[in-house]
Ligand binder design. Structure first.
Ligand code: 1BN
Ligand code: ZN
Length: 320
């Protein structure tokens, strides 16, 4: 068969055109839709972690049902036993001592539940379980301030329990005697964490702590977590990255304020810290440290936001 030069030229043009069309259509193909699960849960171990906000809310109710829980009270002792009962079978360290306060000596008990990981280093997740001392006879129950932090840690313990951790060890810390007994000052506040930070400095634990995440007053139905000027900027940025990845960024860091809280003794010793706290509790914070700090102001959704952001921040820290 004879093919003329003209026919061959035409054929070559057609092949060229076909190749170009196919290439262009491949480039123009739409990107595949993202999987249903958020990016944060793909190919990662926390996909197995599923923070149960209703259970955390139930814990908050049970904690509040003890009534006021100031240091030295019978209710405080009952709550201590309640926390320890939930940690039965876990590795628990008890950091007990006697605090010298303007109202005399009080027994103080920090409770630490340890979940070991493969990486060398520790992530501490903390929150206080005592309630305001000066308001002890007013019916004050600290649903948000003391209740929510106790409960979120109990649910986090459920999440970490019995699961192999590829990342850092996680230590859950229920701090005691966070509240002032008379008037908040550097010497009348943070009794538990001041003691523990010094102890961990002396026994070498402190330099193994990669991050200290603190949760305080995190169940307000109108959740607005502050950016804390006393926390470590890169860790606060990581918290925001976690919140953004989960679609919760509107609840985080609209305003920046310096917060004095249980992280301070660790900040002062050079440990990277982030305080997740919502002091905007009621208009202008009107419910904070008042008998209006009650269950009806709280929502499981807020506990879920805080719980999931903490878990996601832990996952991001594990990758560092
Ligand atoms: C947080 C919860 N704090 C006490 N209970 C610390 C604090 C006290 C933060 C006063 C702001 C003002
Ligand atoms: Zn308080």
């Amino acid at each position: 068969m004879r093919i003329s030069f003209l026919t061959l030229k035409k054929l070559l043009w057609r092949v060229c055109l076909l190749v170009t069309t196919i290439s262009l259509s491949l480039i123009a193909l739409p990107t595949p839709p993202s999987p249903a699960r958020p990016r944060s849960q793909r190919n990662s171990s926390p996909a197995r972690l599923n923070f149960n906000a209703n259970r955390a809310m139930q814990y908050t109710r049970e904690v509040v049902a003890f009534g006021p829980r100031p240091i030295g009270s019978a209710n405080h002792k009952k709550l201590e036993n309640y926390i320890l009962a939930h940690l039965k079978g876990d590795t628990v360290e008890d950091d007990s001592f006697s605090a010298d306060t303007p109202e005399g000596q009080f027994p103080v008990h920090n409770i630490i539940a340890k979940f070991s990981g493969a990486k060398d280093g520790i992530i501490v997740i903390a929150g206080h379980y005592d309630t305001n001392y000066p308001l002890r006879d007013t019916g004050y129950v600290g649903a948000n301030d003391g209740g929510s932090s106790t409960a979120i840690l109990l649910e986090l313990a459920n999440q970490f329990r019995g699961k192999k951790r590829d990342g850092y060890s996680v230590w859950l810390l229920w701090t005691d005697a966070e509240e002032a007994v008379k008037q908040w000052s550097p010497t009348d506040s943070l009794y538990g964490t001041r003691h523990l930070a010094e102890k961990w400095q002396n026994d070498g634990t402190l330099k193994r702590i990669k991050a200290f995440l603190l949760a305080d007053m995190i169940a307000d139905a109108d959740l607005n977590v502050e950016r804390d000027a006393n926390s470590t900027p890169w860790l606060e940025d990581l918290v925001l990255q976690a919140a953004t990845g989960l679609g919760y960024q509107s609840h985080f860091f609209a305003r920046t304020i310096p917060v004095e809280d249980d992280h301070l003794p660790f900040v002062h010793r050079g440990v990277p810290c982030a305080d997740l706290i919502d002091l905007d509790y009621g208009y202008g914070g009107v419910f904070h440290h008042t008998p209006q700090d009650t269950l009806d102001k709280l929502s499981p959704k807020s506990l879920e936001i805080a719980g999931r952001v903490i878990l996601e921040t832990t996952r991001l820290l594990d990758q560092k």
